[in-house]
Design a protein around this ligand. Sequence first.
Ligand code: 8GP
Length: 864
Amino acid sequence: IDATIPLRSRNLWKKNNIQKFEEEEGFEKKFVTHVETSLARSMYNCDELAAYEATSMAVRDNLLIDWSATQQRITTRDPKRVYYLSLEFLMGKALDNALINMSSDKQEFSSTGDNTSRGYVKHALDDLGFNLEDVLQKEPDAALGNGGLGRLAACFLDSMATKSIPAWGYGLRYEYGIFAQKIINGYQVETPDYWLNFGNPWEIERNEIQVPITFYGYVDRNNGDTTTLSPSQWVGGERVLAVAYDFPVPGFKTTSVNNLRLWRAKPTTEFDFAKFNNGDYKNSVDEQQKAESITAVLYPNDNFTKGKELRLKQQYFWCAASLSDIVRRFKKSRRPWREFSDQVAIQLNDTHPTLAIVELQRILVDLEKLDWHEAWSIITQTFAYTNHTVMLEALEKWPIDLFGSLLPRHLEIIYDINWFFLKDVQKKFPKDVDLLRNVSIIEEASPERQVRMANLAIVGSHTVNGVAELHSQLIKTTIFRDFVRVFGEKKFTNVTNGITPRRWLRQANPELAKLIGEAIHDPEQNFLLNMSKLNGLTKMADDPDFQTKWDSVKESNKHRLADLIKDLNGGVEVINREHIRHTLFDIQVKRMHEYKRQQLNIFGVIHRYLNMKDMLKNGKSIEEVAKRYPRKVSIFGGKSAPGYYMAKLVIKLINSVADVVNNDEELQDLLKVFFIPDYNVSKAEIIIPASDLSEHISTAGTEASGTSNMKFVMNGGLIIGTVDGANVEITREIGEDNIFLFGNLSENVENLRFKHQYNETELPPSITRVLNAVEKFTSEYKNEFKPLTDSIKYHGDYYLVSDDFDSYIAAHDLVDDLYHHNKHEWIKKSIISVANMGFFSSDRCIDEYADTIWNVEPLKPESS
Ligand code: 8GP
């Protein structure tokens, strides 16, 4: 690339190259420069927000130097690249993460004892009159995701950068991320999350990259030739522009910095002159403004889909813009099209980006004039699809009419894809009409025909993966069973999820990371890059001194969470600090969903409360009660989809129970319940390190993987859980003695549901007693919780709460016993668990994807 620029100019550019700062002084200079120029402020009016902005811009400058070098290296060497398409990236805060990841050649310990650049920046800020922790608080979370699926994408970006995989993320830059949750009178209330209120120092607006995107219109057949496969022209109606926004993604201890590109919709400068001439100036402007609504808001559903036109528009807008970018980059290399899949791997994060398959076929056939079959073979060597749920209500389908009006040419292409596909199936399985019906991309069933996105994703991909072993097995035997017949088993594979230990151990739990580093003689914390090194902890598991240190870290993290809870409770203390070390922190934080069974958890709390009250009523002393039911605080958190009635009712029930229990003086603080409002990534970083026990208690077979289970165990919490999702692999890695498993297995679920349906089961007395007590907790409406209790009593108990209740309670009894009567054993389990969690680093996932699905190699910076 050098050759295009004259030597003299080149030298001048090189002479004036900006340099990275690598120590306090350099940072201070950058900081002050940004305060005074970028922000036009001075030391007299630099508040914490300005300090956050200036710090971010200074750090960003460093990242951009590495970013630019990384991108140039990729352009020059032109290796195969990965494109990770995800409608959600739940990034959380960027600054703290960048400080930890940002490499520094000078890795000496600064006086703060922190060997990352975080150490000297903290020190410098101190000297400039700011506290780093407070400055970090000023950053809003980038909450462009709902839950597990979006956070997984964020962890993968971190690992891909850390491993120097040439990879780009593509998503949407929503103006409003997931709503902020307020709890008012016990109920969830949604308020908008306008996260860009103060601008965003982490994004680079690329006004030079604007892709025109078309919707609606009609298909123009060349020369009236109506045989299906002749290239057609889509003549669009509405046009909008996709503008690129880039976010640098730094790897840990490397100068590799990858890119996350998010698209924003804006009006074109085209103008409807017909309207204008009619004197309808105002309306012609209004029409244009509508463009912006495409990227205005993230749909707030998790594991659920609703066929709304705007959502389909979002999906096409994003796929078309991303593909145009990918194709443009490929064409720069002047390679023939048949090399496309040697250069490009596209990963579909769930079915949301499936339109990319159709869009690429359209580009190749209609615009590049490739033969249909040649194009299709490129496609099926390029795409791979990750499935994240077996729940039917989450499988995307689009009504044909809606689809055909928005994307008429794409619907035609889908029909053709389907036609060729079904022809093949028919050849292989003559006369199997049921099979044809099931695998067809078009669902013929009444009341309206629909496009099945999962079927399209499978047909257009070379590999389909689930996200934990059990889940990957289940998709082969349930929702995608017929496709296994058609394509064979080999197309279906597993990559068990993982999490980045940089954010979820080092950033969330610096004290534990430090203690581990010392214990395994790795003070530079290189174990964060090679988590099998955690094994070294095993031999310390019995050491009483080490156990005490381990427990002290936990205690300090519990105080941090207790502070947060106090703050969220209007400054009123909820947790008794005096006994905090011996108070069991029992936590369930995740999206609110019936299948995740927060209702089982709160019913368990009610059961405990009733028993405690009964003991007191029967004349037992509080000491005797405390012996049977030792100190515990039950913590909940999570958002419900705004339209999910049952999930919202569970939130209300939790808050109602909290009201009664927390104010029951007779209990003397032995039991507390708290619902943390507005659970998000930043709160998770405080909550997770504080847990003694966390709950992952989905109905067996419903939770594809879960990733918070991994985060909790990596932070030294034990878990109570069902044999579901990644709980299975966690058990295998840490040993079954170190986890509290309970409940029915997934293979029994169907049978149990059947029995409920035909009233062949009677509810156990334990759950009946709880269900009858539920209404006592509300003062709001009569029978407020009836829909919840009725769903178990009379409507088939679909999530099998009653079937698992007794074994759930029994597992909790074991928890109580161990935690309160054998704390050494408990801590030992905690240490051994952490020692064996290496497998769940997302670095391992990325290795697996790179080797077995993408076939890509890292491209490391020369120095490393
Ligand atoms: C989630 C799964 O529920 C969770 O078990 C898993 O850990 C996570 O994905 C990451 O793999 N699934 C979804 O969020 C999901 O399926 N969303 C649907 C809208 C596609």
